[in-house]
Write a protein that binds this ligand. Sequence first.
Ligand code: LAN
Length: 721
Amino acid sequence: MTGATLHQTKVHTPTDRTRWRLRADDGKQTWHYLSEEEHRANPQTDIEKYWLGLKLDAPELPKPKTALEAARNGYEFFKRLQNEEGFWSGEYGGPMFLLPGLVITYYITGEKMPNGWAQEIIQYLFNRAHKDDGGWGLHIEGHSTVFGTALNYITLRLLGVDAEHPVCVRARGTLHKLGGATGSPSWGKFWMAALGVYDWEGMNPVPPELWLLPHILPIHPGRYWCHTRNVYIPMSYIYGRRATFPLNDLTRKLREEIYTQPYESIPWYQQRNNICKADEYYPHTRLLNFLNGGLVIAEKVTSRSMIRKAALRAAYAQVKYEDENTHYLDIGPVNKVMNMLSTWYEEGKESEAFQKHLKNNIDFMWMSGEGMMMNGTNGSQLWDTALLTQGVIESGLAHEKQNHESMKRVLTFLDVQQIRKNPPFMKEGYRDPTLGAWAFSNKHQGYTVSDCTSEGLKAVLLLQGKLSYTDDLVSVKRMEQAVDIVLAMQNSSGGFASYESVRGPAWLEYINPAEVFGNIMIEYCYPECSTACVLGLTYFRDQRPNYRRDEIDATIDRAVKFILADQRADGSWYGSWAICFTYATMFACESLSSVGQFYDNSEPIRNACEFLLSKQREDGGWGESYKSCEQHRYVEHEETQVVQTSWALMALMAARCPDKAAIQRGIRMLMRRQQPDGQWKQEAIEGIFNHSCSISYGNYKHIFTIWALGRYGRTYGDETL
Ligand code: LAN
């Protein structure tokens, strides 16, 4: 008899899915597992059923004959998923390196997870283990890597899954085939070292001393992209203290399970630059390896000196600024749990700060039919809602009586979620102003994003300016504040970056230490963000022609020049925040057409249309793989995708492409894919970040289909297709 059959395999069952409820509270979206009685007294809504993959009784709608009718049906369905507060919640998973940080942090701090989480996280990881080899990748659609497989294997084990459970056995096999956990990228090395199953000596230094450098130096972390900066703050704090969970039976076993050789025999120092080939997207440069060599030597001195003490204080001060500036939500899920762990070490379990952290983790958790995941942010509430609104208004659906209530609710949400003050620790925390901005999720997280502010502003301008039945909830003053935010974010190239303007030199990318992501060290300008800003300012100028007029005109002008300069030789634009060329080309066509550039008078637009038309498929649609983003060339998906079809169609229509037949073929494709109740089914993943990691935008299949169909109806009228 083999060891595996001798061993008692623990059975893990999912929770009763009908007991999960989704609460919307001041822009927050949180899932709760109700007790038996609470559950009986409180029936599930369509929103919950939809996201949990349970049957929901949406009626069959009259079969649409025109594009506008299809858009109307689409919105009839999608409205069911709007909550009382006016926003749409949604799944925002995809990355596979988020849950491990959360679970390891709970394990180290000895905290109990809320009801239902452990079972459902296990289910999610079971469901997401690759069918072919049992491993996990960087993201749900990516091939198995050491990062994904080692961390998620550890996660399952910490949650109580037996090492001999078939899922663990397969995953371990794959991990060993990949060479074992020593080949993990640095972020994985960090989590394993914090848990005590990897030696800190096998990790390149993350010196908190960087925070003691003068800001004038280009290498100062205050100049990094805010996500990178905020990950390396708590990482440097924990690394600087070598804060390590004490060995116990389970971690001792893990040390035996995740490597291909005995733990004691591993030459740790040599593992610093050992990164499995399957994981590597952005290999270390020679410059980085050289600097790391120096840091290793410096570490021997600094780690035991007074400088380290001062550096730890400086790094922890940054943890506090970030926590206080974001109501303990933090910019994203990675630093959220690292900050929580740092707080536990620094301030202790009973501290108010730690308790606040603990309470807020729920904002990142998302329940689905596959189990529980950790979202890439605390949601995409503002973003999804602002985009949807524009589609509903452009199509004319917003004028129809049955949609008034829904649009009014949206406006209330946008009003309540506009940020009304600057961060309390703005200067100290290297933050930009937020007064008047909108964040990607909600005001509590509170980070300005250039395009989220612009999309929020556009939506408000449309809702208040174009609809007769809404009240003016957002004052002119507050719109001007949003405009001030946007104007201040333009870069010298004319383009707009994401959260901040570019603060550091481009060469910083040569010391990008994360191995798995590209372009993370500084901000870059994006055609997507630039377009949102061009349009936000244009809409504002139309309604308020006197406010900062010259600056607005000049800003739009420069941004358009940036967008033109960013076009590739084949007529496309590279997309950084969703997949990929269809996405960015849609944005570029929107901004260029807003300044009067169309197919018949603009070569860039003509080239863009030619590019898109050359990618249209037999069935009339478009389909791009996330590999486009990795490889920087158009990679076809195996299947046509409704989301990318909508983007391409939106672009062609914005460009006034004369090939109406091509547009109609695309529209018919969207209509064929629509279900009798008006919805579209989930297809491949839609979003991306840092060139390599995909992320789900579960609402896009409704938002952009409705918008594209609506635009068709508005442009070409109501003829039957
Ligand atoms: C997002 C999500 C939204 C996205 C848009 C608004 C769509 C974009 O136009 C600007 C950039 C932004 C705000 C963005 C930046 C990077 C994020 C926050 C994400 C893709 C969601 C998750 C990702 C974050 C970095 C994930 C955590 C991983 C790290 C490398 C820290």
